[in-house]
Each structure stands twice: as structure tokens, then as C-alpha cells.
Design a binder for this molecule. Sequence first.
Ligand code: GTR
Length: 416
Amino acid sequence: MKKSLIVLFCAVPVFLPGYPVSGQDTDSWKASPGIVEKLSKARSDVNYYEEKVPAYVLPDLLLSSSGRKINTASAWMKQRRPEVLELFRENVYGRIPPTPYTKTFRLVNEDSNAMNGMATLKEIDIVIGSEGKSLTIHLYIFLPNNEKKPVPLFLLINNRDPSNIDPSRKVRSEFWPAEEVIARGYGIAAFYNADVDPDKYDEFRDGIHGILDRGRGADSWGTIAAWAWGASRCMDYFVSDRDIDDKKIAVAGHSRGGKTALWAGAEDQRFALVISNESGCGGAALARRKFGETIARINGSFPHWFCTNYRKYNDNEDSMPVDMHMLMALIAPRAVYVASAEEDLWADPRGSYLSLYHSMPVFQLLKTKTSLPEAMPPLNKPVYSGKAAYHIRDGSHNMLLKDWNWFMDFADTLFK
Ligand code: GTR
């Protein structure tokens, strides 16, 4: 296997060893040749071969734009972190407009005998208004009845059919396994992403863009940033509810929802844990690997997800001033869980793990006792270290109870 060269930009270049070196880490995950072949046959224009990943240079996390070496926690938090956050706003997800708005929480339904008495259901309408227009985010929350309050809670950004988050529980889905989460002593909440912004390209007329945008530029927020903003409005509610421990909130999402969860955690430091499941391109996966989905492909298929500036990096990843290890670092010293699936090479499992791995210098600078090895863990063997976690599950692109059980195991190490 080819050894990829990773050089960090800094005054004295640091050469990190490539991954993987043959003969090393024999039980760590490697893509199954059968899956690689099958996917490559279906899309010959997409790279699924590790040996075809180009050599790349990752931007240095710990070097400020003015050339200052960042070597203390306070220099990271006060100088470099805000700088990196701005780079992501400017080049990837876009900026939230400063438009003032009103926000009202309405408890529209409460049932203290939900799930056969196991939980209390609260349905909250979060009503956002500006200049005579308004939008409502429906937030569903189940809280365990048998736990001491306040409780820690998982918030799912639901990017799939609303039936996945059915408050009546007539429909039950592993995508939001509410009963199982309640049984583990956590609260579980969800909102439907399209409440905030429908997932379609309409030149940003509908959803929250139609309410808060006052003109748009190349750095204006896209739909992912809008969904992340929606997650923060849910967080505003959690802060106001004394039954919920707002210091122990995990924000979780799958795929486009997983990209959103990462950005929500970067923009809003109130989230204590970010769970990004199979988020791939524009999420956890390192863009410079050009493995599976690439920036050009994602901007082509989903022109509304990111800011317009992101298109500058179509087939031009190496010129991007950030890569996704820097997004992981924005979450530190809080916790981040990245998950992949064996058959989901489109979302680049190895690139997603490496992104987490290359954010370790920041987790360490912030004294989080977090240290992941460069080698990926084997299939179905989660690795947890301090504030970082990763697993690769067998099977295809989805978020299943198996994933959630591992997320909760990790959350137990942080919150219980
Ligand atoms: C795909 C897209 C991915 C991923 C996925 C999903 O079509 O290429 O980036 O987000 O959708 O959200 O399920």
C-alpha cells in the first residue's frame, strides 16, 4: 500500500508517518477488496482505491495566519480557534446573517405517561419571527421518568422522513431509537431539518433564509449552516428547561445531518458532545484525499448545502485554507464521536478517522487526555479515548441501534 505523505505547514516542517505501512496494525480496518471493486465498477469516475489517494499537505492547526506558533491552550482558544472558525464560515458553510429575530417557545403537548409510563413527552414549537414573517421548528423531547433530573440528552438532527421521529411511537425506527435511549437514562430529542430549511435548491427563498437573509454574498450561510442554527435554537430551549442538563447535551446526525452536527458543535460551544455518523465529504472526511465523494461532486449535486465560496475548491482541494481535521479541533475540548460503515466508502471511512486523528494535537494542547492511534480500529470495535471516539460498523450507509449503543457507551464515559 502506498505511503501517503503528510506535511504540515509550519516554520519547521513536521513530517508525520504515513498510514498505513504494510505489515503494521494487521487487525486495523481495511476496505474489503470486494466492496472496492463493486463500487468502482458502478462509478468508474470515483476513486475508491487507497493507493490512488494523492500525497497531500494538511494546513497546520497550530500555526496562526500571522505565522505565530500556537503552543498554549489559551492561544488556541483566544486566537487560533476563532481564526479557524472564521475560515470555515468564509470558505465552507457560510455566515449566519446578523438579522435580529424573535423567538418564542410554546409547549404544545405534554404527556407524562408516554412509552407506557417510562417517559414524559414534551412537544415544543420554537417560533422564529422577523419583520412579519415567521417559521416554526417542532421539537420533540422524551425524558426518562425514572431518573433524577436534570438529565443528559441526545438531540438528533433528522434529515430523513419525519416518521423517523414519530412522537406517538406508532412508527419506531432505529434511526431514532427513543425507547432504548430512555432505558439507558438519557433524554432524547429531535427536530426535522426541513422545518428550518427545506432540503432543496431554490436560491435560498424558503425556510429560515427567506426570513433572515437581507441580500446574499459568496460567504452567506447555506442549508447545512441553517440546520446547524436550528440545532442551536433547540439548545436555547434545553437551557430553559430545568429537567434537562444543558451541560450534557449531545448533538447527533447522520450523513448530511452528520455534517450539520459537526458544524453545530463548531458554532455553538454549548454542545458537550458531537456525534457525526457517516458524514463524509463536507463533514468528517479529509477533502484532500479526494476519496469517494469530492467537493466538486457535492457542490454539483447539492448547490444549496454550502456557501458559494466552497465552489472555489471544486477539483482544487489543496488550495483550501482548511481541512476537516480543523473542524474536529473546533469541537475540542468538548467531545466528538465519528462513525463510519464498512460499505459506505462514498463517505471515506479512513479519511474520516484520519481527520479525527490529525486533530489530536489540539485535544492534547487542551489537556483532554485524548490520544488516538494513527491506525484505525478493526470493524465493530469502537475506540474511545478521552474526548474522542470512532467506530466503523459492518453494513451500509445508515444509523442503526448498533451505532446508538456505542454512542451511548461513549456518552456514559463523559456524562455518568
Ligand atoms: C448523498 C450525499 C452525501 C450524504 C448523503 C446523505 O447523496 O452525496 O454527501 O450526505 O447523501 O445525506 O444521506
